[in-house]
Write a protein that binds this ligand. Sequence first.
Ligand code: PLP
Length: 389
Amino acid sequence: MRKDVIYVDNNATTRIAPEVLAEMMPFLTDYYGNASSMHTFGGQVKQHIDQARERLAALLGALPEEIVFTSCGTESDNAAILSAIETDVRRRKVVTSRVEHPAVLGLCKTLQQRGYRVEYLPVNAKGQLCFDALENMVDDSTAVVSVMWANNETGNLYPVAKLAEIAHQHGALFHTDAVQAVGKVPMDLSRTRIDFLSLSGHKLHAPKGIGALYVRRGTPFSQFMVGGHQEFGLRAGTENVAGIVGLGRAAALAMLHLEEENTRVAALRDHLEQGLLQRCASARVNGNPEARLPNTTNISFEYIEGESILLMLDQHNIAASSGSACTSGSLEPSHVLRAMGVPYTAAHGSVRFSLSRYNTLEEMEVIIGKLPPIVERLRSISPFGRGEA
Ligand SMILES: *Cc1c(COP(=O)(O)O)cnc(C)c1O
C-alpha cells in the first residue's frame, strides 16, 4: 500500500482490499475455466460465482437469485431504467431527482430525446427531496421512479423505502442507485418494495469493472445485454469471474466493517470537519448532517476555487475531490450544489472529503494542519479576497 498519499477520495473509487485481491488471484491464474463449460475445470468456477452471489445477497438482505452481476454501476442503472420503461409501454414517464449521478441523468436526457417524459424532483437548501412535488409527479403514466440511496457529492441519504411505497401506490416500479450506500448503511431489501438496486464493486474495495443489479423476485425484467444464458438469462456475457469473486469477498468484508464505518470512520470525518470549520473563516458544510453517509463531508470555502485548493492539497500528496466539475471547458459548479441553491461563491469553493476504513487520525491531523494556510493564501490572491463579495 502506498503510504505517501493521504487518500480521501473514496466516493470516486476505493483501493482493492488486500483480502479481496488475494481471493481473486486464483481466478486470474490457475482457475481460468468458463463457468458454462461441461467439464469439471469450468464447473468448479461456477461454485465460486454462486458463493459470491450469496455473500452479496446477505449484505443486501436479498435472495441470491435476485442478484445479477454486471460490469459497473452505470450498466446497472441503465439496465434497470431501460427495463422498467419496457414493462408497460403505455407508461412513458420517468421520475427522478435533480441530484442523481450522471449515470442516471445522462440516460434520462437520452430518454427525453426519444420522446419520454422525465420529471426531476427538486431539493431544498440541505439537499433534501421536496416531497410535496413528488405527489404531483408520480401518477399512472409513470413507469419508474429512480432516486439514489446516497448522494456521491454530499453524502445525503434519501428515504428510498418510503419512495418505493409511493411509486407502487401508482403502479410504478422503483429503482435506486445505491452505489454509494452499499457497505456504508445497513440494508434489508426483503423489508422494502424496492424493485431494482444498483451497486458497483470499486466503490466498496472490490475492483473496477464489476457491478451488480438487484432485481426483486417477481419484478419483470427485460435484458439490457442480450446473448448467452449467463446470470439466469438476465445478463449475457461470459462472467468476470475474478471480479465477481472479489465483489463477493468485498461484500463479506463490508458486513464485518459496517459497524466501524459508522463509528470510527464517522468520528474521523467529524473530527476533520470540525477541525476545518474551526480553523477556516467563511467555511460551510453542504448537505444534511442529520442524514448522510458516515464517510463523507462536502465543505465550501467561500470566495475561492475548489480546483485551486485541490491542486495545492495535491502538492502535499492529499487526494480529495472538488464538488464542481469542469463541464465542456467551462467551470460550472456541480449540478448537485446548484440544485440545492448553494450560492456560486460557495459552490465554486467546494471540496469533498470521502473517507474509508483505511484512513487514520494522523491523516486527518495532517489535513487539518495543511488546509487552513492554503485557504488563507488563496483568499489573499482572490479577486473576492477578503470576503467582501
Ligand atoms: C460511481 C457512481 C456510479 C457509477 O458507477 P461505475 O461503476 O463507476 O459505473 C453511479 N452512481 C453513483 C452514485 C456513483 O457514485
